[in-house]
Design a protein around this ligand. Structure first.
Ligand code: PLP
Length: 427
C-alpha cells in the first residue's frame, strides 16, 4: 500500500506535460522560412528570440485600432492606450514576482535598465574609494555603466573571478565584499556560457557583509526559467523584451519600492513631472518618474502579450525542454574530439541554461558561423559582449549556440552535421 500523499505533495501541481514543439512552432511565422535554400534553424536566441504571431498581432492591432499617446489625453483612444500600457506593466510585474506594478519601470531594455540603476541609484551613493563589485562573466552592459559612474566619483570596479569550469567563485566573491562595496551587480545567467548564478546565495552574502545594492542582469534568465524577484532577495532586476519573445525596443527594470522612491530621475522631460517652473521641477512617483517622454506604448503592450504567451506555454515545460536540447547537444559534441566546449564540464557547481560556447580546432568562429549560415543555421560568433570573460578563458571568440522554446532535437542534429561540414572544409 502506498502512503497517503502529504498535504504539500497533494497541493503540488502535477509535473507539466511535455512541450508539443511541433504545434508550438506553428505560432512562430518566421520559423517557416528558408535561408540559402534550407529550412531555417534558429539557434541565436540569446541574442534575440523570435516572436509568436500573437505578439506581432498585438502590436499591429494597437497601431491599427486604438493607438494614441498614453497618459496625455482624455479622448477614448488615449484612455484605451493608457489602460493597455498600464495593464502590460501589471502583467510583466506579476510575471517576475514583483510585489507591485509600481516597482516596474519600462525601459528600452536591459542596457538602459542597468544604466538607470548606475546613474540614479549608485552615482549619488558612490564616493572616492568605494567599490562596485561585478563578476568575471558580465555582459558589457553590466560593466560599462558602472565604469562610467566610477570614473565620475572616484569609486572603482572590481570583478569576482570565474573558475575554469565557468562557475562564479563564491568564496572569492564573499572575500571581496566589504564596507566599501556599494553595489554588487551580476548576471542571473551568463550569455556566453549559460552559467546560472545562485543569486539568492549572493544576495545573502551581500546582506551579511555590507549595505550594498544587489543588481541582477536577468536578460538571459527571464525567457528560460521561473523568476521571482522577491525570493531572489535582490534590489534590482533588469531584462529585455526581445529576448523573451516580445518586441524590440522595450524592456524593464524592477526595483524595490523604497529604493526607487529615493532615486532622482534618470531622464528629464514630459510625463515624469507634477509641476515645472523655470526655477525648478517636481517629479512624479515611480515608476513614471523614470519614464520621461512618450513611452514605447505598442512594444510594451506586445511585451505583456509575450508574457502571457510564456505563461501559457509554461516556464517549467520550457526549461525542461531546453535542458533536454542542451543534454542532446553536449552528448553529441562530446563525440567530436576537435570541438572544445567551454564552461560545461560535467560536475560543474552551478546549473547551466541552454547556451553552449565552443571552439573548433583550426577554424575561426566567424568562418564556422558563415559555413553554418550557408546551411540555414543561425548561430553567433564573436566575444558575445563579454570580452573580459573571453580573456579569462583564453579565447578571442567562440561559436555560441543558444536555444529557445521552439528548437528541436532534429535541429541539434542539423547543427552537428553542419559542424562536420566545417571540419571537412578546414580539414
Ligand atoms: N545582459 C546580458 C546577459 C545579455 O545577454 C544582453 C544582450 O545580449 C544584455 C545584457 C543587453 O541587452 P539589451 O541589448 O537588450 O539591452
Amino acid at each position: 500500500m502506498t502512503a497517503p500523499a502529504s498535504l504539500a505533495e497533494r497541493e503540488r501541481p502535477a509535473a507539466a506535460a511535455a512541450l508539443d514543439v511541433d504545434r508550438l512552432r506553428e505560432s512562430f511565422p518566421i520559423l517557416d522560412r528558408e535561408v540559402h535554400g534550407h529550412p531555417l534553424v534558429y539557434l541565436d536566441n540569446a541574442a534575440s528570440a523570435q516572436r509568436p504571431e500573437v505578439v506581432i498581432d498585438a502590436v499591429s492591432d494597437c497601431y491599427r485600432t486604438y493607438y494614441a499617446n498614453a497618459h496625455r489625453g482624455v479622448h477614448a483612444l488615449s484612455e484605451q492606450s493608457t489602460d493597455a500600457y498600464e495593464a502590460a506593466r501589471g502583467k510583466v510585474a506579476r510575471f517576475i514576482g514583483a510585489p507591485s506594478s509600481g516597482e516596474l519601470v519600462f525601459t528600452r531594455g536591459t542596457t538602459e535598465s542597468l544604466n538607470l540603476v548606475a546613474r540614479s541609484c549608485a552615482r549619488p551613493r558612490l564616493g572616492e574609494g568605494d567599490e562596485v563589485l561585478l563578476t568575471g562573466m558580465e555582459h558589457h552592459s553590466n560593466i560599462v555603466p558602472w565604469q562610467l559612474v566610477c570614473e565620475e566619483t572616484g569609486a572603482r570596479v572590481r570583478a569576482a573571478p570565474v573558475t575554469d569550469d565557468g562557475d562564479l567563485d563564491l568564496d572569492e566573491l564573499a572575500e571581496m565584499i566589504g564596507e566599501r562595496t556599494k553595489v554588487v551587480a551580476l548576471a542571473h545567467v551568463s550569455n556566453a556560457l549559460g552559467t546560472v548564478n545562485d543569486v539568492a546565495a549572493v544576495a545573502r552574502l551581500v546582506r551579511e557583509r555590507s549595505n550594498a545594492a544587489v543588481v541582477v542582469d536577468g536578460a538571459q534568465a527571464v525567457p528560460h526559467m521561473e523568476v521571482d524577484v522577491s525570493a531572489l532577495g535582490c534590489d534590482f532586476y533588469a531584462f529585455s523584451g526581445h529576448k523573451m519573445y516580445g518586441p524590440g525596443g522595450i524592456g524593464a527594470l524592477w526595483g524595490r519600492a523604497e529604493l526607487l522612491a529615493s532615486m532622482p530621475p534618470y531622464h528629464g522631460g514630459g510625463a515624469m513631472i507634477t509641476r515645472v517652473t523655470f526655477e525648478r521641477s517636481e517629479y512624479t512617483a515611480p515608476p513614471h518618474r523614470f519614464e520621461a517622454g512618450t513611452p514605447a506604448i505598442a512594444p510594451a503592450i506586445g511585451l505583456g502579450v509575450a508574457v502571457s504567451f510564456l505563461e501559457s506555454v509554461g516556464l517549467e515545460r520550457i526549461e525542461r525542454h531546453e535542458q533536454e536540447l542542451l543534454s542532446h547537444t553536449l552528448e553529441q559534441l562530446n563525440d567530436l574530439p576537435w570541438v572544445r566546449v567551454l564552461g560545461h564540464a560535467p560536475g560543474a557547481g552551478s546549473a547551466r541554461a541552454a547556451v553552449v560556447s565552443l571552439v573548433i580546432d583550426g577554424s575561426h568562429p566567424h568562418d564556422v558561423a558563415t559555413i553554418l549560415d550557408e546551411q540555414g543555421i543561425a548561430i553567433r560568433a564573436g566575444h558575445h559582449c563579454a570580452q573580459p570573460l573571453m580573456e579569462a578563458l583564453g579565447v578571442p571568440a567562440t561559436v555560441r549556440v543558444s536555444f529557445g522554446m521552439y528548437n528541436t532535437h532534429e535541429e541539434v542534429d542539423r547543427l552537428i552535421l553542419g559542424l562536420h561540414e566545417v571540419r571537412r572544409i578546414f580539414g
